[in-house]
Design a protein around this ligand. Structure first.
Ligand SMILES: [Fe+2]
Length: 357
């Protein structure tokens, strides 16, 4: 439905609107111990038409190669996950997103996932950190993975490729950094971890139901069309960890606009340490000739400082810092779709489009 048709619809009485466009409301969901409990998002899989070109992008983006094995390169951040991005050479030369993996809370929850319809177990023992993985093939060539038994990396320090010295920020009223200086040099924004990903989804209701009824995904923010509040079009979901806090969203689903031929990933997003790192990373990617999508700016829902780029295959990929965390005390919020940044460059008109080569 085009925008002018939506405008026409809003002039009609409610009963006519409901008849032409029935309400599509996203139900608020609660976590339950019977669902598979996931503890965090872990890594993504992509097939790239030109793996060597992606490898050049990956270095400039701030990934560190953990291991290269056969057709695949495992990239890590400096967090606990043995890898956060697996890039493989596409045998057909067609670039494809091959799904995201989340970590099961424990063996019991991994076994619970294995009992879900469509679960296929895979040995990932050859990959860095080892472990096991369950893959669910979902509609439109999308995949969802659950991992367990990986050996985690030692983490806890924040390495940098850009900061020579950085002390606390001096504010107008307090100057805790006394007599020493903020000094930086050119380099990539080193990645900490995978933060989130999301689909523009053709099978919106079906997929929403699969993920929220089987796993501990709950809605942080549900968005409706401003002109038609009974039409929900997007949700940002977090993993419910009870009293423990988790990122405002690790997964989002957007209802595919009419005319979309296939479900596609909108973007994947990786955490960096701070604002200076992001701006230094932006400068580095630009200097290396990569194409900016949108950024640097500050989101509203999730609050992240964002910076989106096209990778070598045309997938959108984001650096973010300073995202919100929520827990069971944060109720699901419902609101109309509004501006998605509080500051930053103007939103590109093609931000929602799929440009994968
Ligand atoms: Fe994002």
């Amino acid at each position: 439905m085009s925008l002018w048709m939506i405008d026409v619809l809003t002039w009609l009485p409610q009963s006519w609107q409901d008849w032409i466009l029935p309400a599509t409301t996203i139900p608020v969901v609660q976590n339950h111990p019977s669902k598979v409990q996931l503890s965090r998002i872990s890594h993504v899989y992509f097939d790239h038409g030109d793996l060597e070109a992606f490898d050049r992008f990956a270095k400039d983006f701030g990934f560190v190669q953990a291991e290269r094995k056969g057709n695949s390169i495992y990239y890590r951040g400096y967090g606990r996950d043995p890898y956060v991005y697996v890039a493989s050479q596409s045998l057909t030369r067609r670039s494809r997103f091959m799904g995201t993996a989340f970590v099961a809370k424990d063996q019991e929850n991994f076994d619970k996932a294995l009992k879900l319809p469509g679960a296929v177990i895979k040995d990932i023992g050859e990959a860095p950190g080892g472990g096991q993985m369950i893959t669910f093939a979902r509609p439109n060539d999308t995949f969802f993975h659950v991992v367990h038994g990986q050996t985690e990396r030692e983490s806890g320090t924040i390495p940098t490729a850009t900061h020579d010295s950085q002390g606390p920020f001096n504010t107008p009223l307090e100057k805790p950094r006394k007599g020493y200086f903020q000094r930086y040099h050119d380099g990539p924004a080193l990645v900490h971890k995978l933060g989130h990903f999301g689909y523009v989804c053709k099978e919106f209701e079906e997929e929403l139901d699969f993920y929220t009824s089987n796993f501990n995904f709950v809605h942080s923010d549900i968005l409706s069309l401003p002109q038609l509040p009974h039409i929900d079009v997007m949700t940002f979901m977090h993993l419910d960890l009870g009293k423990a806090y988790s990122d405002h969203h690790s997964f989002f689903l957007q209802r595919a606009p009419p005319g979309t031929s296939k479900t596609y990933i909108h973007h994947s997003s990786f955490e960096v340490s701070d604002f200076d790192t992001q701006l230094m990373g932006h400068k580095h990617l630009a200097k290396k000739g990569w194409k900016s999508v949108w950024g640097v700016g500050r989101h509203i829902l999730g609050s992240q400082i964002f910076d989106y780029w096209y990778d070598s295959s045309g997938f959108k990929i984001e650096h973010y810092a300073d995202g919100d965390v929520v827990n069971e005390d944060n109720a699901t919020r419902k609101e109309p779709v509004g501006p998605i940044s509080v500051w930053g460059p103007e939103l590109p008109k093609d931000f929602g489009d799929n440009k994968v080569k």
